[in-house]
Design a protein around this ligand. Structure first.
Ligand SMILES: [Zn+2]
Length: 313
């Protein structure tokens, strides 16, 4: 086998390029501007940016964070987003490499193709959701907007990837177990105890669809209750779509983990603001940003965290 460092290095470079594209999305999508035209230009003087001034991270360092023509500061956010996506791509590639290696080591024999393809599809899902979550995190923080171009598109991509994974189910993974510890179990988390009522890939797909709808509706219900109690909107529709997107990629329980982590971090942030006297009851909190952070944690270490938590119950 070739050393995995080459794959991780290539993934990091690819991530930098995708991060550069993500910066364009972050700057333009919330303002409903086209992603393709006009070409990249300075936000201050309008000068078109040449390709050699538009290389990820490198150009920012060479230009010392300033526009070549007008000298206006270019935010550190640009290289930061590029590095974040690069690191995400490299890390998930390494993680997938280890998992595929483990599948080779643990059991050579029947169902190898299914096991390995499942790991690749899972890796692809985690890479894509990382790209979307990093983008949404920055967009919500800067503009309080979670564009449909990311959330709704993300729900569709996540769901289609899940449908692909159904093609590589292992024995018993096509069973939807309705009575057990984990009623909305996703493929990959086989529950042994409990009543199997539905079998077949179509029911796995349907239960996954149920998980997406349930995650979205949960936040819609909270939003509705808040509106009734307080008489004003406390949460945007975008937050509900964001959680549904996380469920479409990762499943119901990882989405609940993201929600829990997001709410905890957002409350911590609110507390810090209040102590500093910078927030009152009417301050709008960037819940979406923290939901994205929770989603990133759930995508990386959700499965072991949830397994550890269920072992406590
Ligand atoms: Zn300029």
């Amino acid at each position: 086998m070739i050393s995995s460092i080459w794959f991780e290095g290539a993934a990091f470079l690819l991530g930098l390029i995708f991060g550069s594209f993500l910066n364009v999305c972050i700057a333009r999508l919330p303002a409903h501007e086209s992603l393709w035209a006009p070409r990249s230009h300075c936000r201050s003087c309008g000068a078109t940016i040449s390709w050699y001034d538009n290389l990820p991270v490198l150009s920012w360092v060479v230009l010392r964070g300033k526009c070549r023509r007008c000298g206006e500061r270019i935010s550190w956010r640009y290289p930061a987003v590029e590095v974040a996506v690069g690191v995400w791509f490299a890390f998930v590639t390494a993680q997938t490499w280890v998992r595929v290696g483990n599948e080779h080591n643990v059991q050579i024999g029947p169902w190898m193709t299914e096991r390995i393809n499942n790991q690749y599809l899972l890796g692809a899902a985690v890479i894509i959701i990382g790209f979307l979550l990093i983008g949404l995190m920055v967009m919500d923080w800067q503009t309080q907007k979670l564009p449909n171009a990311f959330t709704t598109t993300g729900i569709v991509i996540g769901f289609l990837l899940m449908c692909l994974r159904v093609a590589y189910l292992l024995p018993h993974q096509d069973e939807v177990i309705l009575q057990g510890k984990n009623p909305l179990s996703s493929p990959g988390n086989v529950v042994d105890a409990g009543n199997v009522i539905l079998t077949g890939p179509e029911h796995v797909v349907l239960s996954w669809l149920g998980a997406v709808v349930a995650a979205g509706c949960l936040l819609l219900a909270v939003r509705w209750a808040y509106l009734k109690l307080r008489g004003r909107e406390g949460m945007g529709l975008g937050d509900a779509k964001l959680l549904a997107m996380i469920a479409a990629f990762l499943g119901f329980w990882p989405a609940m983990l993201a929600l829990f982590l997001g709410v905890v971090m957002c409350s911590g942030y609110a507390l810090v603001l209040m102590v500093r006297g910078k927030a009152g009851a009417m301050t709008r909190l960037p819940l979406g940003t923290f939901l994205c952070l929770g989603g990133l944690v759930a995508a990386l270490v959700g499965a072991p965290l949830i397994a550890w938590y269920s072992s406590l119950l």
